[in-house]
Write a protein that binds this ligand. Structure first.
Ligand code: MN
Length: 311
């Protein structure tokens, strides 16, 4: 997924407590799709190392092209692609070509630089519903070699009617095989019936929870799609209930403690790094993505003087 707009600004918290706040997504455009952008927030650039959360759909892509995200660059992050319905084809500048389906993980480590495209294949499922997440690479790892991994078989745990699939880190005894670079957790909670339970948390982690389908009561507060709940550190569990068929996401990690500079699809620390990567993209110095039917995505205009790093 790619951000179209250069500035990643969203709303202020609508509910705020000592360690719990609920914020509303803002609408953003990704190609022809309207998405709910839940993170980053103006006052919270990251939760653990999670620094970007888009939720899109469910939408009909029957008889239309569907997702069309042309080749674009990333630096300094990992992209986590997760579908609830549908199928999407990933191609990248390493030569990877991978279809992803619900319950599977596409994990792309940009490191010092990678380019990729994402699209609905010519023959695709009629419904598309998913999330696009980014994980900031900690400073010590952000210039690592680019890599791509597909995990079709992920561990799960059951709690109170929730089927919990762990795609990053570990939760409730299930550990994802995905290679992450910070102490982090990411899981999907699918309510197989009217579900209710205490989800164990690592007290050193901060977390966010959101509903992608249905609704959820989290720590006594109702959440619907388009809302993000933040939970601060120091909790060893959270009470969650949701009606059957609801689909929730839990993301968390040890607070990153680093000031990120995010612009377009680039995560860095200084304006000079952003400017250099944008110039590299414009000059064709990223390796190309083969076989995408169309031109690459141009970088938006960059005003280096307006770039401000925020924690
Ligand atoms: Mn992308």
């Amino acid at each position: 997924m790619s951000t179209v707009d250069a500035e990643l600004e969203v709303a202020e918290p609508s509910v705020q407590g000592s360690d719990l706040e609920v914020t509303a997504a803002r609408e953003a455009r990704v190609g022809d799709m309207t998405v709910r952008r839940l993170l980053p927030l103006r006052l919270r650039r990251s939760v653990g190392a999670w620094c970007f959360v888009d939720h899109y759909g469910p939408m009909s892509v029957d008889g239309v092209a569907g997702m069309r995200v042309p080749p674009h660059p990333h630096i300094g992050l990992q992209t986590v692609t997760w579908l609830i319905s549908g199928n999407v084809l990933h191609r990248d500048s390493l030569g990877s070509e991978q279809m992803i389906r619900p319950g599977q993980l596409n994990l792309m480590t940009a490191g010092r630089g990678i380019a990729h495209s994402e699209e609905s294949p010519v023959e695709h499922d009629p419904l598309l519903h998913g999330v696009q997440l980014w994980v900031a690479l900690p400073d010590a790892f952000r210039h690592t070699e680019p890599a791509f991994a597909h995990h079709a078989d992920l561990p799960s745990a059951g709690i109170g009617g929730f089927e919990i699939t762990v795609f990053a880190g570990s939760l409730a005894g299930a550990r994802s095989p995905a290679l992450m670079f910070s102490d982090i957790v990411g899981a999907e909670l699918a309510a197989r019936r009217d579900a209710s339970g205490n989800i164990p948390l690592a007290p050193a982690h901060e977390h966010v929870v959101f509903a992608a389908a249905g609704s959820a009561a989290v720590a006594g507060t109702l959440l619907r799609p388009g809302q993000l709940m933040y939970l601060g550190t120091g909790r060893d569990r959270v009470a969650v209930s949701a009606p059957a068929e609801s689909r929730l996401f839990l993301l968390g990690g040890v607070p990153l403690g680093e000031t990120l500079l995010m612009w377009w699809n680039l995560v860095a620390r200084t304006p000079d790094e952003i400017a250099a990567a944008a110039a590299d993209w414009r000059a064709g110095r990223f390796a190309p993505v083969a076989d995408y039917d169309g031109p690459p995505l141009p970088a938006p205009p960059l005003d280096v003087g307006r770039l401000v790093a925020r924690p």
